[in-house]
Design a protein around this ligand. Structure first.
Ligand code: GRF
Length: 186
């Protein structure tokens, strides 16, 4: 199998990055992670790039040329797929159009419900009975691209924002890899 070359964008703890790295080490998984990009120098997720010897770049998003810099790195590394994994910056319309159809994201709710931030707080407040996560294509509207896959679980009476977050993240680690398999192997 010729694996696709992937770049993962992070901002924070990078636990989804870690799960994707583990999947990608499987011979049958359709992507190789060739690059990790963070917009924060101190994002703890960068330790996974270091640990697994994956090249990484820290972006200075205040610099107008930062997207041009990404394009150059992508060209050099022949990147086919971009996985956003907790990347907390909005990508420009131009950037999204250039990679049209090849940027995917994971979101901690069952989209189209609870787009944006503070998802767990809003889910608890609305006393939802079911939640989960969604892997979707990225377009120029926030959390609105076509859904690739979602994974659900039931919320019980003992759940709170913290337990919901923990359970959602466990869902995410499986869902992100499954979505990539669905994209490239079916
Ligand atoms: C995940 O919960 C994801 O749904 C959201 O940001 C979080 C990132 O967590 N977009 P991590 O950095 O992968 O640990």
């Amino acid at each position: 199998m010729v694996k696709k070359n992937c770049c993962v964008f992070i901002s924070g703890t990078g636990t989804n990055l870690k799960a994707l790295i583990h999947s990608s080490r499987n011979y049958n998984f359709p992507i190789n992670i060739k690059l990790v990009i963070s917009n924060r120098r101190n994002s703890t997720g960068l330790m996974y790039a270091k640990k697994y010897s994956i090249p990484y770049t820290v972006l200075d998003t205040k610099n107008n040329l930062h997207e041009k810099r990404i394009f150059n790195e992508f060209k050099e590394k022949k990147i086919d797929l971009i996985c956003l994994a907790g990347y907390m910056k909005i990508l420009s319309k131009n950037f999204i159009n250039n990679f049209n159809g090849n940027i995917i994201n994971i979101h901690p709710s069952l989209l189209p419900k609870y787009k944006g931030t503070n998802t767990f707080k809003r889910i608890m407040k609305n006393q939802e009975k079911i939640t989960g996560c969604t892997v979707h294509f990225v377009n120029d509207k926030l959390d609105s691209g076509k859904v690739i896959l979602n994974k659900t679980f039931e919320i019980n009476s003992k759940d709170n924002e913290i337990s919901l977050k923990r359970k959602t993240q466990v869902c995410e680690y499986q869902a992100y890899s499954r979505a990539i398999v669905k994209l490239y192997m079916y």
